[in-house]
Design a protein around this ligand. Structure first.
Ligand SMILES: *Cc1c(COP(=O)(O)O)cnc(C)c1O
Length: 335
């Protein structure tokens, strides 16, 4: 089946295709599997990352609808907020980030460095809220202000995970299979971190629509496997409907929440170990919130013999480097 993305308005924000890198030293450490890194962490507006792919479609739609202002949400160190701020700067749009203190982390690094410093640099208005009630109030007053001023707004959900946003990862998956075909190789498994679930929903849907025989491993970093499955099914079905297809079966989807730890954004020893291993075998930097926990899940799966000898596993590196600096004191302690 072919997938036609041309009806959907899109603004260019990244440099595609992103690299697909062999990682032989990492593979040897993992007992002879073949990891390939899909480097969605490199390049593009605002220090790169997976949200750019979603924002190409979200902002394409918003501009087509006449938006002059974008409002979105996240935790204090949201990568999605940072990439939205940068993309809005590039397009000349107002950007309001309504950020909720939802992660039990504090200190100068967490509160002032990493993503939040870049949010200010890109010119976003940053609104810090103590909980969901305040977040809702601040959002309502931003919408009311814009209405009074006659400004058209676009609101993007947490992580940009709507059906329109997930089109970005449908596009990424088409891109990945084209790369694999060109290399004359194939993947057994695609491993994707899961937060708000738009990324893996796009990947799993596209793999199924394209009829590719791969397992899609969804490595949870915040919610349980059951909660994440519900999110993925909802977004993948809505995205399929947007594309004119029936809801997918998602038979190839495997969820794994072994590496979540105590909560979203809270470091674990296994996460730091994964960061150290990727850095010292391949010179690749993971982030402590998403890719580090997804990699911890990957390492544990590899070590408990869940992959065959020589199995090709594509690990989606979804970015998040600025967030590492928010955790620099904990990083140095862990090393
Ligand atoms: C947001 C994010 C993810 C998770 O993507 P979702 O679509 O929210 O599941 C993974 N990695 C990084 C670095 C992110 O910023």
């Amino acid at each position: 089946m072919t997938i036609d993305l041309t009806p959907f308005p899109r603004v260019p924000l990244g440099h595609w295709p992103t690299p697909l890198d062999e990682c032989p030293r990492l593979g040897a450490e993992l007992g002879g599997i073949r990891p390939l890194l899909k480097r969605d962490d490199v390049g593009g507006v605002g220090a790169g990352g997976n949200k750019l792919r979603k924002l190409e479609f979200l902002l394409g739609r918003a501009l087509a609808d006449g938006a002059e202002q974008v409002i979105t949400f996240g935790a204090v160190q949201t990568n999605h907020g940072r990439q939205t701020a940068a993309a809005c700067a590039r397009l000349g749009l107002r950007c309001d980030l309504v950020l909720t203190r939802s992660v039990p982390m504090s200190g100068a690094a967490y509160d002032e460095s990493g993503n939040i410093a870049l949010d200010h640099l890109y010119g976003a208005a940053v609104h810090l809220c103590d909980g969901p009630e305040e977040t809702a109030q601040v959002y309502a007053s931003l919408v009311a202000d814009a209405e009074r001023a006659g400004r058209t707004t676009a609101t993007f959900p947490v992580g940009g995970s709507s059906e329109t946003g997930a089109l970005g990862y449908v596009a990424a998956t088409i891109e990945l299979f084209t790369q694999l075909d060109t290399l004359g190789t194939s993947a057994d498994t695609l491993l994707v971190p899961v937060g708000s679930a738009g990324t893996v929903a796009g990947v799993a849907l596209a793999a199924e629509l394209l009829g590719r025989r791969v397992r899609v491993e969804a490595a949870c970093i915040s919610h349980t496997a059951a909660e994440s499955r519900a999110d993925i099914e909802r977004i993948a079905s809505a995205t399929a409907a947007l594309l004119g297809h029936p809801a997918p079966t998602l038979d190839a989807l495997v969820l794994d929440d072994r590496a979540v730890g105590p909560a979203y954004g809270v470091p674990t020893p296994q996460m730091w170990e994964a960061l150290r291993l990727f850095a010292r075998t391949e010179g690749v930097t993971l982030d402590p919130v998403y890719t580090g926990k997804a990699a911890a899940c990957f390492l544990d799966r590899a070590r408990t013999g869940e992959y065959r000898e020589g199995e090709t596993v594509v690990f989606f590196h979804t970015g998040g480097l600025p967030g590492l600096f928010a955790y620099a004191p904990q990083l140095l302690q862990a090393l």
